[in-house]
Write a protein that binds this ligand. Structure first.
Ligand code: FMN
Length: 437
């Protein structure tokens, strides 16, 4: 009798384990071997996982708008989609769930139809048959693939949807660079993807064309001329591993070194050490930043809160430069107060007050009113996109230095404003505590 019982228990454990394998995607092999194709679902091949070093991918991030006709292979698309929103080998996702929510949905447009990316089994599910790339948005850039980034409005509001998609878009950017592909974030309101007819609970935000750049990447290495912060170093981690191993934590100890501070702060909003030669032999110098920005406005200010005080990050001074080169990068000390406890309290997370550093992304509304006024609250989702992209960079860069971090939404905006001495012109978007585990 006992023997039978043991056999029954063993069989139950076996069946349960099989179920877990399918449901939680415990190992990468199980992703691809547990499912068979049916006519509406195409299982993607395993991602390629390129070995470009993380900082190199950040240095090379740029918007590519003109593409060759060379096709994007299934392996390349698989890699991009895995990085964008897939499951990692430990069963977690490649981006952080802000407020514990995953709301993103990705649509893939190619010459044969529109597909929905299914991260659970890393597949594409047919959504609409036929080439619809011309139906979406008159402003789109022609490319073999268009990626439609949407969010489920029953799970997240437009701003948090935007912040999550900012993380997704960064991974697409970095993986594209590592694979020799190109992409650009494009955002319109109303959403460019709308003509496709999304389910009622989904809203579109971003369209990213994906293909091989018509012009090769062509950069010259020229570090910032002068910086009060230690020079940015290449870590040893690849962009694939940084995404696969992104450290998340809410309990912190110890202090960061100056090098670690410099690396992480730079990743949030700094300039590349590469000059883009795409402008040819002109006097103009093009240097990209670590994140893209709608209209190139870059209206965020990164406030750095550490034990010794509150600082504003100046990634470069484009108006005080030589041939367009940002030559200074430094931390501008605003006061000598340790406000980390107040910032943690404003996020309803007093347990994180021991983090060595908080990076608070602040939207400067004046900087969103230039040749086109993008200050309206209905457009803030695009600024949250940028803040999400920046926060994700910080998480990846922190991982490269074996540090952990998390992404929080301020619950008490007034407390953040009073702690940082800001008036109503400024609005805090996201808070990223960083520290040692
Ligand atoms: C939310 C968002 C929306 C954007 N929308 C567009 C767009 O509609 N068309 C476009 O060509 N670029 C768009 N961009 C890209 C920016 O123009 C670009 O990031 C900026 O000019 C800096 O150039 P770089 O990315 O090459 O460094 C967008 C970027 C973001 C973050």
């Amino acid at each position: 009798m006992y023997k039978n019982k043991i056999v029954r228990i063993l069989i139950s454990i076996f069946v349960f384990t099989l179920f877990l394998n399918v449901d939680l995607i415990v190992s990468q092999n199980s992703i691809y071997q547990s499912f068979t194709e049916n006519s509406n679902e195409k299982i993607l091949p395993p991602p390629i996982l390129p070995n470009m070093i993380l900082e190199e991918a950040i240095f090379m991030r740029k918007s590519v708008r003109v593409f060759s006709e060379n096709e994007v292979t299934d392996e390349e698309l698989s890699t991009i989609l895995w990085a964008a929103y897939g499951f990692r080998s430990d069963g977690r996702r490649t981006v952080h769930p802000i407020d514990g929510v995953y709301a993103a949905v990705i649509y893939v447009f190619n010459e044969s139809g529109v597909y929905r990316y299914n991260p659970i089994n890393h597949s594409l599910i047919l959504y609409k048959e036929g080439d619809m790339r011309d139906k979406i948005d008159i402003l789109q850039y022609n490319a073999p693939i268009q990626l439609g980034l949407c969010w489920d409005s029953t799970k997240a509001d437009p701003n948090l949807g935007g912040a999550e998609l900012g993380q997704v878009g960064q991974n697409i950017h970095f993986m594209a660079v590592a694979l020799g592909l190109g992409t650009v974030v494009t955002g319109q309101s109303p959403a460019a993807i709308a003509p496709v007819g999304l389910p009622k609970n989904e809203e579109g935000l971003i369209l990213m064309p994906l293909g091989h750049p018509k012009d090769d990447y062509d950069f010259t290495y020229r570090p910032l001329w002068f910086s009060f912060l230690p020079k940015i170093k290449h870590s040893k981690i690849t962009v694939s591993d940084a995404i696969n191993q992104r450290l998340n934590g809410t309990e912190f100890l110890g202090k960061l070194t100056r090098q670690e501070l410099s690396q992480i702060i730079w990743s949030s909003y700094g300039f590349s050490y590469y000059i883009d030669n795409i402008l040819g032999p002109s006097n103009l110098v093009l240097r990209h930043r670590t994140v893209p920005s709608a209209h190139g406005y870059y209206p965020l200010c990164m406030y750095i809160c550490i034990e010794s005080g509150v600082y504003k990050y100046i990634g470069g001074l484009p108006n005080c430069d030589l041939w367009g080169l940002p030559i200074f990068s430094f931390l501008l000390r605003l006061n000598a107060e340790d406000v980390r406890q107040s910032i943690a309290q404003a996020c309803n997370k007093s347990e994180i007050s021991t983090a060595s550093m908080f990076i608070v992304s602040i939207l400067d509304l004046e900087a969103t009113r230039k040749w086109d006024d993008l200050s309206n609250e209905s457009l803030w989702r695009f600024w949250y996109y940028e803040a999400g992209a920046s926060a994700h960079n910080v998480q990846l860069e922190a991982t490269a230095w074996n540090l952990s971090s998390t992404i929080l939404v301020p619950k008490d905006v007034s407390l953040i404003r009073s702690s940082l001495n800001l008036d109503n012109r400024y609005f805090p978007l996201l808070v990223v505590p960083v520290g040692k585990n």
